[in-house]
Design a protein around this ligand. Structure first.
Ligand code: 4AD
Ligand code: MG
Length: 474
């Protein structure tokens, strides 16, 4: 359908051509001698209107009422200019085959339903306009991400999902457990069998073949090893956080894009983050016009204009100390305290980007070292680190990054100070021992980017199958 209707002439150049279309029935209405069937195949937001007379092959299925919303069909016909005003072309049906029937219990009827309801139907929600559009924009953002980094000379590196290290040092990790069937008579390792066989037929151990292992919270440390060999690299993969936060911006499983730049400092890092965001936003505006117009009309009015500004205007940069000043002077009561040395909460982040700076992305840099991870490079003041967060309206923190501590002695002293086990970071320290270089990188939460670009307010609605403390169904 995208191929037919996507051109500048909305399909008029194809009038007279024959076409076989396969998709799902969105609506069917009969008027005396003609039946209109709207079909969607997921290639774009638009449906293709199919017009059917009683002489079409398979018309008996319309008469017998066996074609209902949700059914999958294969339609053969000719493209004709439409009599209606809603579309330029339609399909005059010669033959229709019902591939898979659908009955009236199908939950995705034409009426509007809430996104909360659709979360309970995660297997069917991609068949709605909203979730179809989100899936296509998410796909385009992923494509644009690879395109941006590939065109800038970055090498994509696969970071592991199972790891022994806790990159952020926050202890928010899921543990990996090995289930080894100890008897050939009973190899039932299904979830239901686990409690029954715990300590019994299955050797239940809390570790990964005898050693502790976790699901990764970030691919950064692995990215650093490749950056200190291949220069600029990036990772793009799933990451996991065992934080029990039921907010509209947190998932237990989310995708992260983590570039790592060699021979680079914090300024280079911020420039890369800005160029990246502007590139992908522009790419989506140019390549997902129909879906973006849908979001602009139905989800967040004015989003196209706001994103156009993001793609074109400079981002603001601000020191953490200045950000605290702004918050202290704000004519506003916050729920969480504001004080130099405390981390910014999302209400503070949103105030800065939405109110103090009128809806522009803001990069805050040079945070107190106490509230940041061990690997960040200490600034000359001895109190702050070369860290940066990019804040955007509605979302708050979209990106977190830093220049990394490349000086062996400083890093070792920091690990000691934080009582982290130096031995387990032996390989990470080796990178500082052997040909160390200044380097920097950042992590961008991919779902927060999809939220930002589509205007969808809940993060559970921009990932196909959300994993949260409340749900990992489907
Ligand atoms: O700020 P974070 O924790 O930074 C890191 O993990 C660094 N190692 C990144 C790096 O420098 N390579 O996470 C980075 C981003 C956040 O800014 C946020 O967008 C997203 O990841 N994020 C989450 N997204 C969804 N659900 C969660 N629970 C998230 N936690 C972080
Ligand atoms: Mg962060």
């Amino acid at each position: 359908i995208a191929e037919v209707k996507g051109g500048a002439d909305e399909g008029l150049g194809r009038v007279g051509q024959s076409l076989n279309i396969m998709g799902w029935v969105r609506t069917l209405r009969s008027q005396s001698s003609v039946t209109f069937i709207e079909i969607n195949d997921g290639s774009c937001l638009s449906n293709l209107q199919c017009v059917m007379n009683s002489d079409a092959e398979g018309y008996d299925q319309v008469e017998s009422g066996s074609i209902l919303t949700g059914a999958s069909v294969s339609v053969q016909g000719t493209i004709v200019a439409s009599q209606g005003t809603k579309q330029k072309v339609e399909l005059k049906v010669e033959k229709i085959i019902v591939v898979g029937k659908c009955d009236s219990s199908y939950p995705i009827q034409k009426k509007r339903v809430s996104r909360e309801f659709l979360r309970t139907k995660a297997h069917l929600r991609p068949r709605t306009n909203t979730f179809g559009a989100v899936a296509r924009v998410r796909n385009t953002l992923a494509y644009a991400t690879h395109k941006f980094f590939q065109e800038s000379g970055f090498v994509w590196v696969a970071s592991p999902i199972i790891t022994a290290s806790d990159c952020e040092g926050a202890g928010e990790q899921f543990c990996v457990t090995t289930l080894i069937p100890s008897s050939h008579e009973n190899t039932d390792t299904s979830i239901d069998a686990i409690p029954k066989t715990k300590g019994g037929l299955i050797d239940w151990s809390q570790d990964f073949f005898g050693k502790p292992a976790f699901l990764t919270v970030s691919g950064q440390l692995n990215g650093e090893t490749y950056a200190t060999a291949l220069s600029d690299v990036y990772t793009f993969g799933p990451t996991f956080r065992a934080e029990n936060s039921n907010t509209s911006r947190h998932l237990a499983e989310f995708w992260m894009i983590e570039p790592e730049l060699a021979f680079a400092d914090l300024d280079d890092d911020m420039a890369c983050a800005t160029a990246y965001l502007q590139y992908v936003v522009k790419y989506v505006l140019e390549n997902c016009k129909e879906d973006m117009e849908f979001f602009d009309t139905w989800i967040e009015k004015g989003i196209i204009r706001r994103l156009t500004d993001v793609a074109e205007k400079e981002f603001l940069q601000l020191g953490y100390t200045d950000a605290i000043e702004i918050l202290l002077k704000a004519n506003r009561k916050f729920d969480f305290p504001v004080k130099w040395g405390l981390d910014l909460q999302s209400e503070h982040e949103r105030y800065i980007t939405e109110e103090a700076f009128g809806g522009r992305p803001v990069i805050i840099r040079d945070y107190p070292k106490e509230i940041k991870a061990f690997y960040m490079r200490e600034n000359d003041d001895g109190k702050t680190v070369a860290a940066m967060d990019m804040l955007v309206p509605r979302i708050g923190e979209l990106i977190g990054g830093s220049q990394r501590e490349e000086r062996l002695e400083v890093l070792e002293a920091r690990l000691d100070e934080l009582k982290l086990n130096k031995e387990s970071y032996w390989w990470y320290l080796d990178l500082r021992r052997y040909g160390s270089v200044p380097h920097a990188g950042f992590g961008l939460g991919f779902e927060r980017l999809v939220q930002f670009v589509t205007g969808i307010d809940n993060i559970r609605d921009v990932i196909p199958f959300p994993r949260t403390p409340a749900s990992a169904e489907f």
